[in-house]
Design a protein around this ligand. Structure first.
Ligand code: BGC
Length: 734
């Protein structure tokens, strides 16, 4: 090295502050690895610059504070969050927006700004289609980019342990493989648009009641085999730049200050290279940095801005080493470089909403689950004359879930602020996405007369149903972030309504627009049943397409539907009615036996099982075979034995291991087949789905012996059984 270059390097290392934008900025060289770029720029940063990257505000007025008194930080956009950049070093700010169902416009803060409102994540999960998950993530990512954002707070993916939990519609259901694969693909889709995605809420955000003071208690090994395995699979597949830690505690420590969870599981065992950002208002001390938290988000919501002055003082007092600060910043920088934030900065531009609506429609169509079709009432006959549409505000639109994920759709909505109390009450809106099912049905069935009744008076609805060929009852339940629903029943007298209509007309079809299962005391009396979830802005069209048979249903349940709360691990909603802020706990004693595994272990038959869903064609499976090598290798053939094209989702469940009987989804595949068409499916099983986690040794143990699996159409409809022998093996996470 010549003398000049040596001197330059010394200046760089010794006096980072001297490096200005005018000097060479080698970290801008995109041919270098993200790791080396991050290291280079880190060396050029002052301590103040580093500390400034570790916290940032919510770029929104606090609830009740007028916008004039809430200035937008320089360089920010009105949205969920903002972290300033370092212009001197060409480091961009982090412009953060919610989230998984589309780019949000919280409280209408950006007047007139709309976005493609995708179906609820639960509907996406019901597609069992990694391709659709990718496309959905990519569509949302591209809209975020075109609205000037470079971080999407997406990737919501906690497992459903309680079908009353208010955020389940934002997540992918109860199975770790399904949730992990689908979330991973959605994240990958977003990040391919050069927008960083999170995976959230890490971890065990399984109930909303008193979420900020809830201690979620669980056996750590069981958590590794369930919720954490879902995150692990998603992270391996999607490589999210950031993981957002949750509000709740896990086994006594806040998720955002949980050394076992963050330093141990995530960073050490899994080798996660990204950064941990806090949820908004989830930081409790600057010393959380020592437990693995890298960044404080939505800082006005914390009792102090811990990662500003207090963190700086802790560093000065050597309570937090400088190396830890460097690690925190390095993790953020590495993610920025690896996701292409610098090379392809977000830029406000026009969005092709019509094109994106096709993706929303495709997800909604594939996510509707037909649960009952007695006497093949579906698809509706083309010569049908009179259709009664009842309830659910089906004359204005389809329902959506509430909270920070709620999107203002691109094709219109009606908003009803429903009020109430609690920390999230300012978000408590009932939002109906246009167009309405009534309009979509009238268009699809022009010769039929489609009449609407609000369902306010069951007698009126029944009278209309009695004069109709078919009665379609739309039922809704408002579910949202920050609140659990108190039980599994339909609110506002809708059970009475369905009963009355079904008594008046045996050709009654119920369409569920909910974010969770519900109890259905009227199920034997109705002919048809669809779970449409919160189907997004194209929901009315998707429901109509399924009802009329334009689209062959292919959705499968991503969560079991119990008969009643008495079948649940916790028969009453934990902590119901307790004042906000009071410390509470929930014991997740079911451990890794989440959802269908719980029912199987207890010998309980739920109303509808995980994986269940009907089609208008029929499928058969042949040549099911399992071979044992390093893991189980599965092959079989799927045949469409019916008369029309359709998609099937064959599922393979582990049913027995050398340690005894078990039930775990170990493989699935969504297959589109023409009538009469056959296709071979080959799957290689992720060994972690066969193994048990040893929390003492920090490794997975696969015992020697015979593993049996069955090929089926749901967790309780299991067909051919095959088995294979595996050798004993232990393996670590990475
Ligand atoms: C939610 C997060 C969201 C954040 C920012 C929090 O209340 O839990 O999911 O990303 O707000 O809006």
């Amino acid at each position: 090295m010549n003398r000049f270059r040596l001197m330059a390097l010394c200046v760089l290392l010794v006096a980072p502050g001297l490096l200005t934008a005018g000097t060479a900025q080698p970290w801008l060289d995109a041919t270098r690895t993200p790791e080396s770029r991050a290291l280079l720029v880190l060396k050029a940063m002052t301590l103040d610059e580093k500390l400034a990257m570790l916290h940032g505000p919510m770029a929104l007025p606090l609830a009740g504070v007028p916008i004039e008194l809430s200035p937008l930080p320089a360089g920010a956009r009105w949205s969920a969050g903002f972290i300033p950049g370092v212009p001197r070093l060409a480091l961009p700010p982090l412009l953060e927006t919610d989230a998984s169902l589309g780019v949000t416009n919280p409280l209408g803060i950006r007047p007139g700004d709309v976005a493609t409102a995708m179906p609820a994540t639960l509907a996406l999960a019901a597609t069992f289609s990694p391709e659709l998950a990718y496309q959905s993530g990519a569509t949302i990512g591209s809209e975020a980019h075109a609205k000037g954002f470079n971080v999407l707070l997406g990737g919501g993916m906690d497992l459903t342990r309680d079908p009353r939990a208010g955020r389940n519609f934002e997540y992918f259901g109860e199975d770790p493989l399904l949730a992990g694969v689908m979330a991973g693909e959605a994240i990958r889709g977003t990040q391919d648009q050069h927008v960083i995605s999170t995976a959230k809420h890490f971890a065990l955000n399984a109930n909303e009641t008193n979420r900020n003071s809830l201690d979620a208690r669980i056996d750590p090994a069981a958590l590794r085999e369930s919720d954490l395995l879902a995150f692990q699979i998603a992270i391996e597949r999607g490589h999210p730049g950031s993981v957002m830690c949750a509000y709740n505690k896990i086994n006594g420590d806040y998720s955002c200050a949980n050394p076992w969870l963050l330093n141990g599981v995530l960073k050490k065992d899994w080798g996660y290279p990204g950064w941990v950002m806090s949820d908004w208002g989830a930081v409790h001390s600057e010393l959380d940095a020592l437990q693995g938290l890298d960044q404080e988000s939505g800082e006005q919501l914390d009792s102090r801005v811990f990662f500003a002055q207090p963190l700086a003082q802790a560093v000065a007092a050597h309570r937090i080493p400088q190396t830890r600060i460097d690690d925190m910043v390095y993790r953020i920088l590495r993610a920025e470089f690896s996701t292409g934030l610098i090379e392809d900065p977000p830029a406000v531009r026009q969005i092709d909403y019509a094109a994106h609506a096709h993706i929303a429609l495709a997800v909604a169509q594939a996510g509707v689950v037909v649960l009952k079709n007695a006497s093949t009432i579906l698809p509706l006959r083309a010569d049908i004359r009179r259709i009664a549409v009842i309830g659910g505000q089906a004359q204005v639109g389809v329902f959506s879930g509430g909270g920070s994920s709620q999107v203002t759709p691109s094709n219109g909505a009606i908003r009803v602020p429903i009020g109430g109390n609690g920390g999230m009450s300012h978000y408590r809106d009932a939002l109906y996405f246009a167009p309405s099912p009534v309009i979509a049905l009238r268009k699809a069935l022009p010769v039929a007369s489609v009449l609407y009744d609000s369902g306010a008076f069951p007698e009126d609805a029944a009278a209309l149903a009695a004069k109709s060929d078919v009665a379609l009852v739309f039922v809704t339940r408002h579910e949202m972030e920050g609140y659990d629903v108190p039980n599994l029943r339909l609110p506002q007298g809708q059970d009475v309504l369905v009963d009355a209509v079904a008594a008046a007309n045996p050709h009654t079809i119920v369409v569920l627009e909910t974010g969770n299962p519900i109890e259905m005391p009227w199920l034997p009396k109705i002919a048809g049943l669809l779970a449409a979830w919160y189907p997004g802005q194209e929901g009315a069209q998707a429901i109509t397409d399924i009802l009329t048979g334009k689209v062959n249903p292919s959705g499968r349940l991503p969560m079991s539907f119990p008969e009643s709360e008495s079948q649940l691990p916790r028969t009453k909603l934990p902590n119901f009615g307790i004042a906000e802020g009071v410390a509470v706990s929930v014991d997740y004693t079911e451990g890794a036996d989440v959802g269908y595994r719980w029912y199987a272990r207890r010998g309980i038959r739920p109303l509808f099982s995980f994986g269940f869903g009907l089609s208008y064609t029929t499928f058969a499976y042949e040549h099911f075979k399992i071979e044992g090598a390093d893991t189980l290798k599965i092959s079989f053939e799927v045949i469409n034995t019916g008369t029309r094209a359709g998609a099937d989702v064959p599922q393979v469940y582990l049913t027995a291991t050398p340690m005894g009987s078990d039930l775990r989804l170990i493989g699935f595949s969504r297959v589109e087949l023409q009538a009469g068409e056959r296709r071979w499916i080959r799957l290689s099983v992720d060994r972690r789905l066969l193994a048990r986690y040893d929390e003492v040794k920090h490794l997975w143990r696969l015992p020697a012996g015979t593993f049996a699996a069955q090929l089926g159409t749901s967790a309780t409809q299991l067909g051919a059984r095959q088995s294979a022998t595996l050798k004993r093996v232990t393996f670590a996470d990475k």
